[in-house]
Design a protein around this ligand. Structure first.
Ligand SMILES: [Zn+2]
Length: 148
């Protein structure tokens, strides 16, 4: 875990508390002094099912990174991206299911990006929906335009 300001990985926990579905830790960066909050969601048992039938543990970090890449140089804060992932985890937890299809995760991300940033939406869609050519991309852009 890295400081959102300077990227240093040395920080200390100054406060820890349990919420309904997460452990909330207040941290302070030892390099720059920034205070920030992290959430450890109790979704360790959540499984993601792939289209080929394989299952793997939900990887919060991987999903965060995927969205982060789509949001490169876009005016989307780290908190917004974490909010997207938190929302998905909450939906999964609230549904009471221990398994969520990867396609549903992708769609949930897209639903949120559609209202946040259209460029990030298209970038994420092109990776997540495995868009191969301009025609497929145009279909997705039309779908996005149709929402608004
Ligand atoms: Zn720092």
């Amino acid at each position: 875990m890295q400081c959102p300001h300077c990227g240093a990985s040395q920080h200390r926990v100054i406060d820890t508390r349990d919420t309904a579905d997460a452990i909330r830790r207040r941290r302070q960066c030892e390099a720059c002094g920034l205070r920030f909050t992290t959430y450890e969601h109790i979704a360790a048992n959540l499984l993601v099912s792939k289209s080929d039938g394989r299952r793997e543990p939900f990887d919060r970090q991987k999903l965060l990174q995927g969205i982060q890449i789509a949001a490169t140089k876009r005016p989307i804060s780290r908190e917004t991206i974490e909010g997207i992932v938190n929302h998905i985890q909450e939906q999964a937890l609230n549904s009471g299911k221990m398994e969520i299809p990867s396609t549903v995760i992708g769609q949930l991300v897209l639903d949120q990006l559609a209202t946040i940033d259209q460029v990030a939406y298209i970038r994420f869609a092109s990776v997540y929906l495995d868009i191969h050519d301009l025609n497929e991309l145009r279909i997705e852009i039309d779908r996005l335009m149709g929402r608004n």
